[in-house]
Write a protein that binds this ligand. Structure first.
Ligand code: OAD
Length: 246
């Protein structure tokens, strides 16, 4: 029997218990940095050195943290469901927890690519993207084609190349789970709208959620505790949720 499709949309909150700062909570990253300076394409054109420092620091931090029980629980769902993780996070904690199908909507911190100063808004070839682990890049570090290397991150003002892939996954979801996102940043925040009319949507977040939709059940917990509750819900509805004859 075919496993049911479970799409998990995650944001910074899923990694908070690993020790990575969220963006918009008190003492979040956007309290200490101006988003336009460190996360926009215009910031890159204004002061690329500042941007490189910011991501070098984030990349180094990533080397010191580990996946938490929520990442592991999401990976564990693959035993019983056909899981697609759509993450806004640029960390690699879902990979390290064992999830196998991950769509990184906002790019990946451990990867870099050559900048294309005259066409940055559109095309980059996946072939030019490469992994530097938890290392650093600096002004003057050049790709084979002579272009400055930049973080492989989707900045404000740039397109989100993986959004179509994410929409396709959500459209096919039998169940959707959203963990730890303030749902403030589009297009990711609007993804749940592509779920079917009868698709149940669970949101794990310790704070209020800014959406009202009859399909949504809010599990008001931190990610690790919320995942335990979500697993209990899945078990209690196993006969509805587990197998599909589609
Ligand atoms: P935010 O910082 O906007 O939201 C984090 C959410 O996680 C909030 O709703 C918190 O209540 C919740 N949260 C905090 N601690 C939690 C915990 N332990 N368990 C579960 N939830 C918790 O982060 P995102 O929604 O991910 O993009 O932000 C979206 C995008 O904005 C990011 O990908 C980034 C940022 O600007 C770019 O930089 C392009």
């Amino acid at each position: 029997m075919k496993k049911k499709n479970l799409v998990v949309l995650t944001g910074a909150g899923v990694s908070a218990e690993s020790g990575i700062s969220t963006f918009r909570d008190s003492n979040g990253l956007w309290e200490n940095y101006r988003v336009e300076d460190v996360a926009s394409i215009d910031g890159w054109y204004r002061n690329p050195g500042l941007m490189l420092d910011f991501y070098n620091t984030r990349r180094k931090e990533l080397g010191t943290v580990k996946p938490n029980a929520a990442h592991l629980a999401i990976a564990g769902l693959e035993d019983r469901y056909n899981v697609t993780v759509v993450t806004q996070n640029v960390d690699n904690l879902h990979e390290r927890a064992g999830s196998t199908r991950i769509i990184h909507l906002h790019g990946e911190l451990t990867k870099v690519r050559p900048e294309d100063r005259y066409n940055d808004r559109d095309n980059f070839s996946e072939e030019t993207v490469f992994d530097i682990g938890h290392g650093e890049i600096h002004i003057g570090d050049l790709a084979a084609d002579g272009a400055q290397l930049r973080p492989h991150i989707v900045w404000f003002g740039e397109p989100v190349p993986k959004i179509e892939q994410a929409i396709n996954a959500v459209e096919k979801a039998d169940i959707m789970l959203i963990v730890g996102t303030s749902l403030q940043v589009y297009p990711a925040a609007g993804l749940y709208r592509f779920a079917g009319n009868s698709t149940p949507i669970y949101i794990i977040d310790p704070k209020d959620v800014p959406v009202a939709d009859p399909r949504i059940t809010h599990i008001r917990e931190v990610a690790t505790k919320g995942m335990e509750e979500f697993e209990n819900i899945l078990k209690s509805k196993e006969s509805d949720y587990l197998c599909s004859h589609k």
